[in-house]
Design a protein around this ligand. Structure first.
Ligand SMILES: [Zn+2]
Length: 441
């Protein structure tokens, strides 16, 4: 999940959305094409979303030697096909970042052997765990993006959290072609339960998580795994971009929340890399990454008890198990790395009812996670309680600023707020329900 936007007020300005995209893209709600280009070969832009004539403009993720530098908003989609125009636009908007990349890796734009593109080799086994709930079209697409990935000891575990014969058939046809892919049925509902089930099915050193509505980049796994070369690192999160911005609901979601955490590599822990300027660090886990692209050292995740089944999609508290797990990994003394070179693309909900449900559940999950923090760690309880009014004010200001070019409908703000108000109670109910099930067993 992502959390409401208050954790990093500095990044809210007229230019960028909470997911670090140009806010100008959301001045209208018509379809915007989404694509990607590497400055090394600007003639070869790839379009992620279905190209069609209704696109009014385009958003392009700009990379250099695989390294994502930022996103440009191209007001005329035709510029994407014109290499020279595109290159001058990129230099105009991201020139600083191009120079910074070249300084950092000692490369030139035309240099194909840039070391910035070489992920360190990390020996060990990896399991990719995907939880699915009857979305075969997108699950199939997700597997098509995962199947070409190479890693010496890789398995791909699909946990069917609404077990259906059609999903089982789909995976069995994949398994006959690619024996690394296997099916696990987990009828107890809940994303946290499904993810824990996936973890229990493997003895891989690293467990990576994505969702069935995601398409991963060629380098996704390589870069998600690379930071584990540092033995202190226990969790890694990657960059999640929108796969398409075709409907009003998809644009509203990206404008208001989004999953992206920017284009800079970051470390977080309790020693050298404290983000003390962030409110409630490290509890406000939404700054770290999103559950649709994260990886943990399996032994450490298991020792921490895994994902909390009283949080997350499918539980009464509806979301938050991912940011909760990331916060606790840091609290247990581990280090979290945000690595934007690990890139994937998420298909946001296309219709407005789904968007409303999503904003409500993020609101609930957000305060549910804070409620858990208050009740589990007395040291932070006072700070959390004192911070709530500040957070609320920041949240309000951030929402106003982030949406200055196109105001988020009051109805959606109301829905999210009502979720936030109900979070503590729903968390308590969820906790009781999980304990009752536990006792019944
Ligand atoms: Zn380079």
């Amino acid at each position: 999940m992502t959390v409401p936007a208050a954790q990093a007020p500095a990044r809210f300005n007229d230019q960028l959305t909470p997911g670090f995209l140009p806010a100008s893209t959301f001045a209208h709600m018509e379809s915007t094409a989404v694509g990607m280009v590497d400055l090394e070969d600007p003639e070869r832009a790839s379009v992620m979303s279905t190209a069609h004539s209704r696109n009014r403009d385009a958003l392009l993720l700009i990379r250099l030697h695989g390294d994502p530098l930022g996103v440009v908003h191209v007001s005329d989609e035709r510029v994407v096909g014109r290499g020279d125009d595109l290159v001058s636009l990129i230099h105009q908007q991201l020139g600083e970042r191009v120079s910074a990349h070249c300084r950092r890796f000692g490369c030139q734009v035309s240099d194909p052997g840039c070391r910035g593109n070489l992920a360190p080799h990390v020996p060990g086994s990896v399991a990719v765990i995907i939880s699915t709930v009857g979305r075969e079209r997108t699950l199939d697409r997700c597997l098509r993006s995962l199947a070409p990935l190479a890693h010496e000891r890789l398995e791909i575990i699909v946990v069917d959290n609404r077990p259906a014969a059609s999903t089982r058939q789909l995976i069995s046809s994949w398994s006959t072609r690619d024996e690394r892919i296997r099916y696990v049925s987990e009828p107890r509902p809940g994303l946290a339960i499904a993810r824990n089930r996936g973890v229990a099915e493997t003895d891989a050193d690293i467990v990576a998580f994505t969702d069935d509505d995601v398409v991963v980049d060629d380098g996704w796994l390589r870069w998600l795994n690379a930071p584990f070369a540092d033995p202190e690192v226990t969790v890694v999160a990657g960059l999640v971009m929108p796969l398409e911005l075709e409907t009003v609901a998809q644009k509203r979601f990206e404008q208001y929340a989004g999953f992206g955490k920017g284009f800079d590599h970051r470390c977080y822990d309790l020693r050298l890399h404290r983000a003390d300027d962030r409110l409630l660090y490290p509890y406000w886990g939404g700054m770290f990454g999103a559950g649709n692209s994260m990886a943990f050292r399996r032994a450490e995740l298991v020792a921490s008890g895994g994902f909390d089944p009283s949080l997350g999609a499918g539980s009464i508290a509806q979301s938050g198990e991912d940011i909760d797990a990331m916060s606790w990994a840091i609290l247990r003394g581990g280090r979290l790395v945000y690595e934007p070179r690990s890139l994937c693309w998420h298909e946001h909900r296309r219709d407005e009812d789904a968007l409303r449900d999503q904003l409500f559940s993020y609101g609930v999950g957000f305060t549910a996670v804070l409620t858990k923090a208050i009740t589990h760690d007395r040291r932070f309880a006072g700070a959390i309680v004192r911070s709530i009014p500040v957070a609320w004010r920041l949240r309000h200001r951030a929402a106003l600023q982030a949406n200055s070019s196109a105001v988020l409908p009051a109805e959606l703000r109301r829905i999210e707020r009502s979720g936030m108000l109900r979070g503590p109670l729903l968390y308590a109910k969820s906790l009781l329900a999980i304990r009752r099930v536990g006792r019944a067993r």
